[in-house]
Design a protein. Sequence first.
Length: 303
Amino acid sequence: MKLLKSLNLRGWLLVGSAACGVVLAGAVATFGSSARAGATLEERKLPMKFGWVACEPNCRGWVSAVGIITVDTPKDFEEFARGRQLGGATVVLDSSGGSVNDAITLGRRFRNLGLLTTVGITQQNPSGQGARPAVASEAYCESMCVFLLLAGKKRYVPEAAHVRVHQIWMGDRADDARAASYSAQDLMIVERDIGRLAKYTFDMGGAGDLLSLALNVPPWEDLHELDAAELKLTNLVTTDLVADVLPHVDVAAPAMAELAPKTQARFGEEPEQQPQPAKSTKTAEAVVPTGGVVAAPAAASQK
């Protein structure tokens, strides 16, 4: 994959050995809705898009955030937010991660607005009048998506959701990290971005356990899926009640067909006959500035 201007987190590939991230990606579809679920999976392979989901008069609505975080994502969010009263709204995340630095920028903006966060796939209900949109809970939040989740003033993770982490790495070398060579500048970028991510984690109220769990998983191993105890240990979850973030909204884990395997797939590996969430852009901002590096210090990103 190409180097991105800023850190890229796909399932949270920590830079160098480094930072942590969790990519939110994945979807499950009820029987009869697999085509729509498939479309959702494809959307996660694209740059993140924001949409307002209205469900008046019974609930306020929420922000749907689907896709990988790129250098343009913070700007795209500002354009989306312009003219909207988003203070205190909920963001429903479905992402495979992306750029580290840009995820940090976006996460700080979320916190400034007092947004709430959760993981899920928005499902519009086109079946007649009065039908309200719902949220499917079996979704994936991987890599830097995890840090966006952490940005919520209140944070809820459904039991069926998958929140997964591993190290961030130089994006242009993440596909074969052990065979690649690294310069002193590469190490500097990794160390710098670990520091940025650590500061952000603590500023958002996260625990050092989150960084520790992610930094222990190299890019050539399966992503680590956080269990219920780890979600609380890392302070990623602040409430066990979906009503605290999505009052009066139907939230369910569809039964039947699922589009992404529950088991962790090796990074970059494609399970046979199973659609696979796209890797987010590479981690290092090593080519172009903006958290990236051209010939100057860039930023590491997660895949």
